[in-house]
Design a protein. Structure first.
Length: 279
């Protein structure tokens, strides 16, 4: 990107921040440029400067731009091996430990939850384990994202076949209604998850306010870091580390690892699917 283009691009990012509160300057610029370019192409606009003028004069364009900038690639039980390991090794150990200490509270955070597939997948796993053990736990799953539109979809919990294709048949029949090629999550699982807007890169907040005090047993933060400028990873890991209880579990995406400054604070649990335990 040449100097003038870089300046114009930075001005647009500042305009977005002032009007939406979302700071995309810390995301990988190549990704933002590519996604923003889709809007310029669709409007036949040939420069960032002209696009900035368009943004200022067409309020609806900000919504369209935010739709393409926010990241919503997800499905139920995405990266199946990760969920299988959590179901067979992580959750049973946590549940057993809590049972032996007469603690029936289970707290989980899904950071960057998009349209809800991840936290609902977690809720299904937990419900299966608790049913099997005959336990009645107070399970609280806090799910956050910066994208209001994605959160609205998550609340509705209506999904296409593409979203649910990794769901095993018996779980699909147990937890979903099949209505006209749409799959509607049943109320019992929906009630286990609380959705709210939260910006992982906001310097002024450490945990979702709805969670009151954090202290999560497990935090999922998968496939978010790959979109963020590495210089900003420490800000995210500061929140992740702060939010977890001692020996709490952090689950990252399959191509993500802990930031270098936080490596000593986490122990790799599996060596295979980026699941870490807070020391």
């Amino acid at each position: 990107m040449i100097d003038n283009q870089h300046i114009e691009f930075s001005i647009i990012l500042e305009f977005i921040y002032k009007n939406s509160g979302l700071d995309f300057s810390v995301y990988r610029h190549s990704m933002i440029e590519r996604r923003m370019g889709k809007r310029l192409s669709s409007l036949n606009i040939d420069s960032y400067l002209h696009y900035l003028d368009y943004l200022k004069n067409h309020s609806e364009e900000m919504t369209a731009l935010l739709d393409v900038l926010t990241i919503n690639v997800t499905r139920f039980f995405r990266n199946t091996f990760t969920f299988e390991y959590i179901a067979t090794h992580i959750l049973p150990k946590i549940v057993s430990k809590k049972k032996s200490s007469n603690n029936n509270q289970l707290r989980i955070w899904s950071a960057g939850c998009s349209t809800g597939e991840e936290p609902y997948s977690i809720a299904i796993l937990i419900n299966e384990i608790l049913e099997k053990e005959g336990l009645d736990f107070n399970t609280m799953i806090f799910a956050t994202d910066i994208d209001k539109k994605a959160l609205q979809s998550a609340h509705k919990a209506v999904y296409s076949f593409e979203n649910i294709k990794n769901v095993k048949y018996e779980l699909l029949k147990k937890y979903f209604f099949d209505r006209n090629d749409s799959y509607i999550l049943k109320p019992g699982i929906k009630q286990m998850v609380s959705f709210s807007q939260f910006d992982m890169l906001n310097k002024n907040t450490m945990i979702p306010s709805e969670s009151i005090y954090g202290e999560f047993d497990i935090v999922f933060c998968r496939n978010l870091l790959i979109y963020i400028n590495p210089l900003s990873h420490n800000r995210i890991f500061e929140k992740l580390c702060f939010s977890l209880v001692k020996n709490g579990i952090l689950v990252l995406g399959k191509t993500e690892t802990t930031a270098s400054e936080f490596t000593r604070k986490f122990e790799d649990v599996t060596g295979m699917c980026n699941i870490y335990k807070k020391r």
